[in-house]
Design a protein. Structure first.
Lengths: 527, 164
């Protein structure tokens, strides 16, 4: 067959187009990939992979639950125990809205434990645990007090998910009796008991874990590496936020219809708190009063503080000032619902790319409102780059950076384009992120991932604790981290209540006294 | 089939459309082929709408790699067939399938939050329009007029000149 020029033109005309597009695609992809590898090489960040834990072997660990309220129930689910009501509710939600929580719960790997005891001063909740978690060969036993449970010889470990004023007394008692403890945050309610709990933990062979489960989030572990590699340069400001705007977020939880003086052991609830008549509002919404809770500083600031302490390891701030008030929920509460906290670390540095001695010191701010839900991300602001930290993390180079000046000059880096994006759900880290992945980073998918599978971080935190109980090992949120968190929360509470700057003495490891003021009395006071 | 195309100008415009769509697919495919870090994970994990659970199911460890590879290969297949003008009907159908997946992963339905869109859409977006264009291409092959098919024609003279 002989082809004419016309045949060639009309028959093969597509080939040069194909070639051109192919060449352009290849060239662009390779240029991007080259830029990316050069940047990655410069940054040397090692994305974190999940740590493997030794098996929790042998006899199942016997767990006692102290407090089966909202958080207690969540912790039990993370342990692999859900109430019948919750399962029914989730089935209904799955049907109505495709909610996948039940499936995720069922997919969760089983931990080698059994729940053998429960303490809850509200009969309905205690009975719910017994009815839901008992098996033919393991009937969950109810104890009237934590002391009875701890001394029963039938629990190896306890989970404390009570109001704050009960955390330390229970944790100390358990540790002194060799019972392992998982205690919710904040670790303590007063300064004095923070030191006592530290002593108890040091003197006990039992393991204490504080419930800051976000320490399991892979992006935070990667963020630690980023700080170690001095990618951000000297971080002078860290901004953290709480943004909530609903009843649940403002601690106005549901009041159970069967709550009464007959079903609730009110005196036991009060414990060391001022004696007042039975009050359902106080029982179910205890987070709103200093007598049992610690408001934004103990409840939510602690999350943000510990997140950053996990990444930066900056310890207790030297100075704290705080302001705020009851501006959005004037409903009888005495803890603030708007809070601004400034923590100063004048001697702290994440490393400097400039002349020695020019950069030192950092301010950490926390700004919270329970009257607005606009999401503001956590940002670490360094001389060389800024990092947004969530479940994903993203780094932008700074226009005035010393470290990246050359790369910015050459156009390889642009201040508005991220140079690193870590999404533990994706296969690999993505440097020079596209607008799309940037967007997904902003959305912050709400899970952490192990090998691409969504995992509940509370489950991981509990698993780490259980593994340490069986096999030993250090905990990611033990007494040191808990001590830092609790002291910082209490200093913040004092700064807010006194309207004064509170100072920490690092050498003496104590809050510098203010004449004529009893700090714990102030913390527990209603105003 | 070719009887439909009586006017040469129509034939040319369909070829033009075919090349443009082929170009669009091929470039997307090649970019992904040479970027080993690329993954549709984020796109699928944030899927919305009636088939949300199906798309999320695709993100699991066992399937994600296959999904990424298939997506790239289909993009390139569509691009190559449309640009070269051979098996273009199959290219168009594959393209419709792929675009339908994109459309339903993030459908522009008013009751869903529109994620990462550069314009304003109400049920109809560019994916849907490209689907419609591919539907036309599937019915009006033009490879015999401009494309490899031209070389394989048995009787070129009889079809290519429009009857007036």
């Amino acid at each position: 067959m002989k082809w004419t020029r016309r045949d060639i033109l009309k028959g093969l005309g597509g080939l040069p187009i194909l070639g051109t597009v192919w060449w352009a695609g290849t060239a662009n992809a390779l240029i991007k990939s080259k830029d990316r590898s050069e940047i990655l090489e410069q940054l040397k960040i090692e994305p974190s992979l999940p740590t493997a834990l030794p098996e929790i072997g042998g006899e199942p660990i016997r767990i006692g639950i102290i407090g089966f309220g909202i958080r207690g129930e969540q912790l039990c689910r993370a342990l692999g125990f859900a109430t019948k009501e919750w399962i029914e509710l989730m089935k209904e939600e799955e049907r109505l809205s495709g909610n996948t929580q039940l499936q995720e719960f069922l997919d969760q790997e089983k931990l080698n434990l059994k729940i053998t005891g429960v303490c809850d001063i509200f009969d309905i909740r205690a009975e719910n645990v017994i009815a839901s978690f008992s098996t033919p060969d393991n009937k969950v036993k109810r104890y009237g007090t934590h002391q009875e449970m701890i001394r029963s010889g039938e629990v190896d470990a306890v989970i404390i998910a009570t109001p704050d004023h009960w955390h330390a007394p229970m944790a100390i008692d358990a540790l002194e009796n060799g019972i392992h403890v998982y205690v919710e945050k904040p670790m303590t309610h007063t300064i004095e008991e923070t030191y006592r709990l530290r002593e108890a933990a040091k003197n006990s062979n039992a393991h204490l874990m504080v419930g800051h489960q976000h320490r399991q989030t892979l992006s935070f572990k990667t963020a630690s590496d980023i700080i170690d590699k001095k990618v951000l340069g000297h971080v002078s400001v860290v901004q953290t936020f709480t943004n909530r705007n609903d009843d649940n977020g403002a601690w106005n939880y549901d009041i159970h219809e069967k709550a009464s003086e007959q079903t609730i052991d009110w005196d036991l609830f009060l414990g060391s708190a001022p004696k007042i008549p039975f009050n359902k509002n106080h029982f179910f919404r205890w987070r709103k009063w200093w007598a049992y809770g610690s408001g934004l500083s103990g409840d939510l600031l602690t999350h943000d503080y510990d997140r950053l302490n996990c990444v930066l390891n900056m310890g207790i701030p030297k100075y704290i000032t705080a302001s705020g008030g009851i501006y959005t929920h004037n409903d009888g509460r005495n803890v603030p619902d708007v809070l601004q906290v400034n923590m100063d670390f004048p001697d702290f540095s994440t490393g400097s790319s400039q002349v020695k001695g020019k950069e030192k010191g950092m301010t950490f701010t926390y700004n919270a409102t329970l009257g607005n839900g606009y999401n503001r991300p956590t940002i670490l602001m360094g001389h060389d780059a800024s990092m947004e930290l969530g479940n994903n993390l993203t780094i932008w180079p700074d226009g005035g950076s010393t470290k990246y000046a050359e790369m910015i000059e050459e156009g390889m880096m642009k201040p508005n384009v991220p140079i690193y994006h870590y999404n533990p759900g994706a296969n690999v880290p993505d440097a020079v992120s596209s607008a799309t992945s940037q967007y997904f980073a902003d959305k912050g998918l709400m899970w952490t991932y192990i090998d691409g599978v969504r995992v509940n971080s509370t489950y991981l935190h509990l698993r780490e604790w259980l593994s340490a109980i069986k096999n030993g090992g250090t905990l990611s949120c033990g007494i040191k981290e808990g001590f830092d968190e609790a002291i910082t929360a209490h200093m913040t509470g004092l700064a807010y209540k006194l309207g004064r700057r509170i100072e920490w003495d690092h050498l003496e490891e104590k809050i510098i006294p203010i004449e004529g003021i009893d700090f714990d009395e102030i913390l527990l006071g209603s105003t | 089939m070719t009887d439909v195309i009586k006017k040469e100008s129509l034939l040319k415009s369909v070829v033009f459309l075919r090349i443009l769509i082929g170009w669009h697919f091929l470039y997307e495919g090649v970019i992904k082929l040479f970027n080993p870090d690329w993954t549709a994970f984020g796109y699928l994990a944030t899927a919305q709408g009636p088939f949300k659970s199906v798309f999320i199911a695709l993100t699991n460890e066992a399937t994600m790699g296959w999904v990424d590879t298939l997506n790239t290969l289909v993009l390139i297949f569509v691009g190559v067939t449309l640009i070269l003008g051979i098996f273009e009907k199959w290219g168009a159908i594959a393209g419709i399938g792929l675009l339908a997946l994109y459309y339903f992963a993030h459908p522009p339905f008013p009751w869903l939050e529109q994620q990462n869109v550069e314009g304003s859409y109400w049920f109809v977006n560019k994916n849907l329009i490209e689907i419609a264009a591919l539907w036309i291409l599937a019915q009006l092959p033009t490879g015999h007029y401009f494309g490899l098919q031209y070389l394989f024609k048995k009787e070129p003279k009889t079809i290519k000149t429009p009857q007036s």
